[in-house]
Design a protein around this ligand. Structure first.
Ligand SMILES: [Zn+2]
Length: 470
């Protein structure tokens, strides 16, 4: 069992002189546990919400407790295409390096024994860049079709397992989900065929001699070589994404079809997520078979390929489970607005206040972990426990709150009219614990993971009471 974020923070790293006593920690932990117990007591069709891991998911994920590291959390912005912001995640360097290694020092020297290191590596570099462009076009096609159909997509992040289009809203109907999901694989298949077609224009028909399979390849120039790798890779990418395991594109297609047939999005998501987990376990099993030396058609054999496949399976399994849980939470939050759950009872700080004063008058006296920083002009930023923990103890008197807070320009905010499910998505995406609620340019409240979880727990309790009473 993972520790709840709040408890973990206080227990491990809080080093200021008058540290809260251990009892205090237990109280905090108990508070969170009671919250969980309240939800565990409740039956009903939302019973799956009470799963402790859902609570962990809402309360736990706080790798970036402040909003200080937008690059680390959200990737490197490289520009806008068709109104969509494109970002590169750092993990992409891994896939880039792997492709360079596999092609520049593996496949291309094998195809072209007469090439030196230079041409092989340069061609591999071109192939790796064009591969990333292909993945980007796949994601852009989802985004463009989605935007045509009214789904708000502002950002695409490319990362180690491909790309991710960040949907700010969900498709409103099964038809728009179907169109949006199928666009990506169709783009990859079309790209793959187009690359092969251009290659055939360059080379003419290739005669492969069974005795010397690489003989024909060795006569090709760098461009044709690169296209003959990119074509099949894009076709494989399109086919892999069509595998009916949610949240892969094919799983979304399956969910859209089930949604159309049953009219029940939650049930469709449960089945599609189950299919996703089946596919994931098949990948993990295949991966381990390859590690043990079994020769698998299309995937080959060996430790590296096997590990990679098992890792993709593990990732897909998690994604399938999380997507279904998220659907349950979104369903139970319904059309709840931020206004109803935000807290208005919180303390604030001033930019020119010393951090020592903040610690002594606020942090040590209340359980509030994050403080909006206000001056006469309104909200200037947010300072939280993590910001203070980074400082040396004997410097606390000299440092001002304004110097260590996260400035307002780097904060994500919501309005009171926005949906609570949207606030939760933002909290999870940004890996933060709370968001300022802004209306008419002024701070009107704070909404946190705890606020959302408390509402879920109480809402479920109220429902079960009503069932007992009726
Ligand atoms: Zn896709």
């Amino acid at each position: 069992m993972r520790a709840v974020g709040r408890t973990r923070g206080i227990r491990t790293d809080w080093q200021v002189a008058s540290t809260p006593a251990p009892d205090h920690e237990n109280e905090t932990a108990l508070g969170a546990d009671q919250l969980a117990d309240a939800s565990q007591a409740a039956p009903g069709d939302l019973a799956e919400i009470r799963d402790r891991q859902v609570k962990d998911e809402i309360l736990e994920d706080q790798r970036h407790p402040t909003q200080r590291h937008p690059l680390a959390a959200r990737g490197l912005p490289i520009g806008r295409v068709a109104g969509v912001e494109v970002r590169l995640d750092w993990s992409l360097l891994i896939i880039f390096a792997l492709i360079m290694l596999a092609l520049g020092w593996g496949l291309f020297p094998y195809w072209h024994p007469d090439w030196g290191v230079g041409p092989a590596v340069l061609t591999a570099f071109g192939a790796a860049v064009l591969f990333l462009v292909s993945v980007l076009l796949h994601e852009l096609s989802h985004a463009v079709v989605g935007r045509r159909l009214g789904v708000d997509i502002r950002r695409i992040t490319l990362f180690v397992f491909g790309g991710m289009a960040h949907m700010e809203s969900e498709p409103a109907s099964w038809r728009s989900e179907l169109a949006m999901a199928i666009a990506g694989p169709v783009t990859s298949l079309v790209l793959g065929i187009a690359f092969l077609w251009v290659a055939s224009l360059l080379t003419g028909p290739i005669q492969i001699d069974p005795q010397r399979p690489t003989g024909a390849m060795s006569r090709l120039g760098p461009l044709a070589t690169l296209l003959l790798w990119l074509g099949p890779i894009n076709i494989l990418l399109g086919l892999f994404n069509l595998v009916p395991g949610f949240p892969l594109d094919g799983g979304r297609v399956l969910r859209a079809v089930l949604w159309g047939i049953t009219g029940d999005l939650t049930r469709a998501t449960r089945w599609a997520s189950g299919a996703g987990q089946l596919v994931a376990w098949a990948l993990i099993g295949t991966g381990f078979a390859m590690i043990l030396g079994v020769e698998v058609p299309l995937f080959g054999t060996g430790l590296v390929g096997g590990l990679w496949l098992a890792l993709i399976g593990w990732f897909l399994n998690n994604a399938a489970i999380l997507s279904y849980r998220r659907q349950l939470v979104v369903k139970s939050l319904g059309d709840l607005h931020v206004r109803r759950i935000m807290s208005t009872d919180y303390q604030t700080a001033a930019p020119d206040m010393s951090v020592r004063e903040l610690v002594e008058t606020r942090l040590l006296r209340t359980s509030q972990r994050a403080y909006p920083v206000l001056d006469r002009d309104g909200l200037r930023g947010l300072i939280c426990l993590e910001d203070v923990r980074r400082l040396e103890r004997d410097k606390l008197g000299e440092v001002r709150v304004g110097e260590v807070m996260t400035p307002v320009a780097q904060l994500s905010t919501v309005t009171p009219e926005e949906l609570a499910s949207r606030a939760l998505d933002l909290l999870v995406q940004r890996g933060v614990n709370q968001l300022p609620v802004i209306s008419g340019g002024r701070l009107v409240g704070m909404v946190s993971r705890e606020d959302i979880f408390r509402w879920l727990a109480l809402h479920e309790g109220a429902r079960s009471d009503a069932q007992v009473g009726g």
